[in-house]
Design a protein around this ligand. Structure first.
Ligand SMILES: CC(=O)SCCNC(=O)CCNC(=O)[C@H](O)C(C)(C)COP(=O)(O)OP(=O)(O)OC[C@H]1O[C@@H](n2cnc3c(N)ncnc32)[C@H](O)[C@@H]1OP(=O)(O)O
Length: 576
């Protein structure tokens, strides 16, 4: 039973049999003292308690360290474009490195062990039997089902000649978790939780963990790390791979308060960003919930690690009642207090199976409602130059189209309808072609159109076609238009114009004239199409966005005047 008495003023040192320097209050003094006093014992307190063969001196610890538990070894040096115009911006955004893997930049300063910590008399921790006997979490994971990363089973499709394919197997998170789970099942990886219990093997791992913390949290006084890792009120959940510790979390469970304080968390440098940190946290949560009966975790997250903690479900908003934690936990400089609620039901160490089942259930439901999982064979579409088909393929011959609910009256269906256009499809198409022709002509005349008038010559730009897989230019568009087979909808035309700008802006860097031309040309083409569409559709625009009008620069100036003249735009309204 936790006999904690509310004594926020009592120093943490009072829990140690012979605490000394560490009980000082001023943080800087404390830090300096720890950092500079070579004669100070590495342990701020001595282990007079010898239960379970606990260490009795600093030498014992050093000797264990010398046995090679150091896994973080010292040799490690450490529209026409429509409304969705900006959809291509992402193409200019290059993916940044996921992590700045520089341990020395991880800046976590111990501000002060404020020693206002309340004492949790439950401090003597029972290490669950399952931890002593191995790894409860791993056992649970094994019991909870196969971890094979199989794809979703697709029902046999009865339609002849139709292929079905797995839509998706698993996301990156699940894939990583599954992989590590399989490692656990194969015995190459385990997650254990120990306190300083004097058992040699456990001590070796704890010392190894201490070394990792010392390496990965360089601003944390080493003596302080040793003290907490070896403190019997603190537990450490460790990642053990091939009998070597590769990381861990040291935390203190406050049993009566039902929360735990994560003191240190680190993975050895060359094993970071491989999913160990996530799996470790999941094991910790499961253990803390099932063994310690905790409901929350609190931690002062190092600024550089806030992202990691957020991904593990920690938030900067602290919901936990202050009475439950204030005065218990230590303050750290450069750290942000974060909280995580432990879910009472989630299978933390088998989340991937849960996610896979949920994904499967959703996928099955989607398959009941749609045929989007059915993949049809492609059509033999032999193209002439400019992509115009050599042989006209009847729409109804396209595999899967009828199955998708297409009917012949939908031919040439478009979001854009020319109003008052003839209903018979031949005349309608003629009007559409005329409309697109007038657009191409106007675009051709635009002063910024010069880079787009002809296809890029590979002799001038040898790598262009290696990078741009779907080239397009105004001349090619004109040919497509003249074939009268290609642009069967206005959307197809718009798609080519969009691609022309996207190609230019992905091949060329922003400071180039080509990129700038593309940006200006894109904007004005967009305005042009909006105007032309309005005109062609017979819509009488009675007001036009001021911004559009202001943006209309030269070659379209006449159109603006024309728009005003014809009453397309209300002069009293927007035109300046
Ligand atoms: C209370 C404290 O101890 S605070 C100090 C925390 N410890 C440190 O900063 C020491 C140095 N860092 C480390 O030891 C490790 O990088 C840890 C413990 C922070 C994370 O362990 P890893 O094994 O690298 O984490 P893991 O591979 O599971 O990554 C989980 C996710 O968090 C992200 N992540 C990992 N570290 C960080 C970080 N420092 N900042 C932002 N995101 C991070 C990963 O990119 C990954 O994202 P994804 O799921 O979208 O791909």
């Amino acid at each position: 039973m936790d006999g904690h008495s509310s004594a926020p003023g009592r120093s943490r040192g009072s829990q140690s049999p012979s605490h000394s320097a560490s009980a000082s209050v001023g943080s800087s003094v404390h830090k300096r003292k720890l950092a500079s006093d070579d004669h100070a014992p590495a342990f701020p307190f001595s282990y007079s308690d010898t239960r379970d063969g606990a260490l009795t001196s600093n030498d014992d610890l050093e000797s264990i360290s010398a046995r090679g538990a150091d896994s973080d070894s010292d040799d490690e040096s450490e529209e026409v474009v429509d409304e969705e115009e900006e959809d291509n911006d992402s193409m200019r955004v290059f993916t940044a490195a996921r992590l700045e893997n520089n341990a020395s930049s991880r800046n976590s300063k111990l501000k002060s062990e404020s020693f206002s910590k309340k004492i949790d008399n439950s401090g003597t921790l029972e290490v669950g039997k399952e931890e002593r006997g191995g790894n409860a979490s791993a056992a649970l994971a094994t019991a909870s089902g196969a971890g094979a990363m199989t794809g979703i089973v697709v029902k046999e499709d009865t339609v002849k000649g139709i292929f079905t394919e797995n839509l998706q197997t698993s996301g990156a998170y699940s894939a990583r978790e599954e992989l590590l789970k399989r490692e656990e099942e194969a015995g190459r990886l385990k997650f254990v939780c120990f306190v300083n219990d004097g058992v040699d093997e456990h001590m070796i791992w704890l010392v190894g963990l201490k070394n990792i913390f010392a390496r990965q949290l360089p601003n944390m006084p080493k003596e302080y790390i040793v003290r907490l890792v070896m403190d019997r009120c603190h537990k450490s959940v460790m990642v053990i791979r091939n009998n070597q510790v590769v990381g861990g979390i040291t935390y203190r469970p406050y049993i009566s308060q039902k929360f735990g304080e994560i003191a240190f968390c680190a993975i050895t440098a060359d094993e970071q960003v491989k999913g160990y940190g996530t799996r470790l946290m999941n094991h910790l949560k499961q253990h803390a919930r099932d063994v310690d009966h905790l409901t929350h975790f609190l931690t002062y997250a190092d600024n550089n690690a806030v992202g990691y903690f957020i991904k593990q479900g920690f938030t900067k908003e602290i919901d936990l009642d202050k009475d439950r934690w204030q005065g218990y936990i230590k303050d750290y400089d450069g750290g942000i207090l974060m909280e995580c609620k432990i879910d009472p039901k989630l299978p933390y160490i088998d989340l991937s199976t849960m996610i896979r089942r949920q994904r499967q259930a959703i996928d099955e439901k989607i398959r009941e409602l749609s045929n989007c999982h059915i993949v049809y064979p492609g059509i033999d579409f032999q193209k002439k130059e400019t992509g115009v088909p050599k042989r006209i393929i009847k729409v109804e011959d396209m595999p899967g189209l009828r199955e998708a609910g297409w009917t012949s009256d939908q031919w040439g269906h478009s979001r854009f309808k020319i109003l008052n256009a003839p209903v018979d499809s031949a005349t309608y198409r003629q009007s559409l072609n005329n409309f697109m022709r007038s657009l191409i002509k106007l675009m051709h005349e635009h002063p910024d159109a010069w880079p787009f008038r002809e296809p890029v010559d590979p002799r001038d730009v040898p790598d262009y076609y290696d990078i741009i897989k779907d080239p397009i230019d105004l001349k090619t568009m004109s040919k497509r238009l003249e074939s009268e087979q290609y642009y069967v909808t206005f959307e197809m035309f718009v798609a080519d114009v969009k691609r022309m700008f996207t190609n230019a802006r992905s091949y060329n860097s922003p400071e180039t004239i080509y990129y700038k031309c593309a940006t200006r040309f894109k904007l004005e083409s967009k305005l042009l199409v909006r105007f032309s569409r309005s005109e062609s559709m017979g819509i009488r625009v009675t007001s036009i966005d001021t911004r559009l009008m202001v943006d209309l620069t030269n070659p379209f100036k006449e159109r603006k005047e024309w728009a005003v003249r014809t009453g397309l735009v209300k002069t009293s309204h927007n035109v300046k």
